[in-house]
Design a protein around this ligand. Structure first.
Ligand SMILES: Nc1ncnc2c1ncn2[C@@H]1O[C@H](COP(=O)(O)OP(=O)(O)OP(=O)(O)O)[C@@H](O)[C@H]1O
Ligand SMILES: [Mg+2]
Length: 167
């Protein structure tokens, strides 16, 4: 069995308020930053319109050190960020929203192949609209809006890198 070839590790949590979303994002950021310049992970964010994917991504990006406004990448499809000071120690982050990406043939032309071949953190909203070029996630996060604004979140770690983020 290959080292990454194991069943996913699944965890369920609830975010009762946005403060819970923020707290989770901050804890996850600590684990991600611990990996330093070696950090290389794809987190796919699943969930209906309004489930809270961008809200979570904003809290995570801020916790990772992104300053200023975090735009929703709905129109641009991807927003790139770099955090951390010294060259060679900088962390590249790409926040994707594939909602309006309806031509997967443009994958290469859009430069996405290069991005996914690069080291860094990739966050992807609406991964199901990206087509077959999108690599498998290290960590899948499925957000589901419940009564009373509670978000149920199912976390599925599919690689060792993903599992490291859950423990
Ligand atoms: N944990 C939360 N608690 C309360 N409200 C939240 C929470 N997360 C998000 N919201 C609210 O839900 C709304 C939609 O959130 P958001 O834009 O993050 O959804 P989304 O999943 O990115 O949607 P889309 O598919 O349209 O991109 C926003 O008004 C936001 O303030
Ligand atoms: Mg969004």
């Amino acid at each position: 069995m290959a080292i990454d070839d194991h069943p996913p590790i699944v965890k369920s949590i609830a975010w009762a308020t946005e403060a819970d979303t923020q707290a989770f994002a901050e804890a996850l950021a600590v684990k991600l930053l611990r990996q330093g310049a070696d950090l290389n992970a794809l987190i796919q964010l699943h969930g209906d319109l309004g489930a809270g994917k961008t809200t979570f991504a904003r809290h995570l990006l801020k916790a990772l050190g992104v300053t200023g406004r975090v735009k929703s990448p709905t129109y641009a499809v991807v927003e790139p960020y770099t955090v951390g000071g010294a060259p060679g120690d900088a962390l590249n982050i790409w926040h994707f929203d594939f909602y309006r990406f309806n031509d997967p043939d443009e994958w290469e032309e859009a430069g996405f192949r290069d991005i996914f071949a690069s080291t860094g953190l990739k966050l992807a909203e609406w991964p199901e609209k990206a087509g077959e070029h999108l690599p498998a996630a290290d960590l899948d996060m499925a957000l589901e809006l419940q009564d009373g604004d509670v978000r149920m979140v199912t976390l599925s770690a599919r690689t060792n890198a993903g599992a490291a983020l859950l423990t």
